[in-house]
Design a protein around this ligand. Structure first.
Ligand code: ADP
Length: 168
């Protein structure tokens, strides 16, 4: 069985991520979308389990599973018997870092390869950070987020900004 891992922060999942998940699900027998909790991007708006909940609400495809991992993705892939990492490429700026990561990962786990899916042109500018910034300014999020989670994201931002003393 061809198992692929799609790692990322997904804080929160966007339509750009969903597009990659669906395409990966067509290409592989099983796709494990894994929220990677790493030391650099600490904190985040949603807790890892909440991010998974939002993804479950947004996409139901039979060969797609969701998980969370606190370690190295190359080791995680080994545990899961996966030989492929899926990455989305938005722009040239993503490319340099992603190729470097791909090389590091195959050094740690020589059986592991990275497959890049070019972003759909509709979503090349889209990132979770952009969505959070737009949501703060009450922009319409219909073109950026799965509709099932728009209210969750708006409500979460209001609550977290209240905690941080921001005004709405
Ligand atoms: P971000 O916080 O920048 O949205 P993530 O860590 O959640 O990034 O992204 C996980 C993976 O999804 C990465 O491979 C990233 O390149 C890819 N990705 C993120 N947004 C998009 C998009 N709009 N289109 C295609 N791929 C994307």
């Amino acid at each position: 069985m061809k198992i692929a891992i799609y790692p990322g922060s997904f804080d929160p999942v966007t339509l750009g991520h969903i597009n990659i998940i669906k395409r990966a699900a067509m290409a592989f027998d099983k796709v494990i979308v894994c929220v990677m909790v790493n030391s650099e991007k600490n904190g985040g708006l949603f807790a890892p389990e909440e991010r998974i909940e939002l993804m479950r609400k947004s996409i139901q495809v039979s060969n797609v599973e969701f998980d969370v991992n606190y370690g190295l993705v190359a080791e995680y892939a080994k545990e899961k018997g996966a030989r492929v990492l899926v990455k989305g490429l938005r722009a040239v700026s993503d490319f340099e870092q992603e190729v470097q990561m791909a090389m590091v990962n195959s050094k740690i786990n020589p059986d592991l390869d990275t497959v890049f899916f070019p972003s759909n042109e509709k979503y090349t500018y889209l990132s979770s950070s952009v969505v959070k910034e737009l949501a703060r300014y009450r922009a319409n999020l219909d073109e950026f987020l799965p509709r099932e989670i728009i209210d969750d994201v708006k409500n979460k931002l209001v609550r977290s900004d209240e905690c941080n003393g921001r005004q709405h």
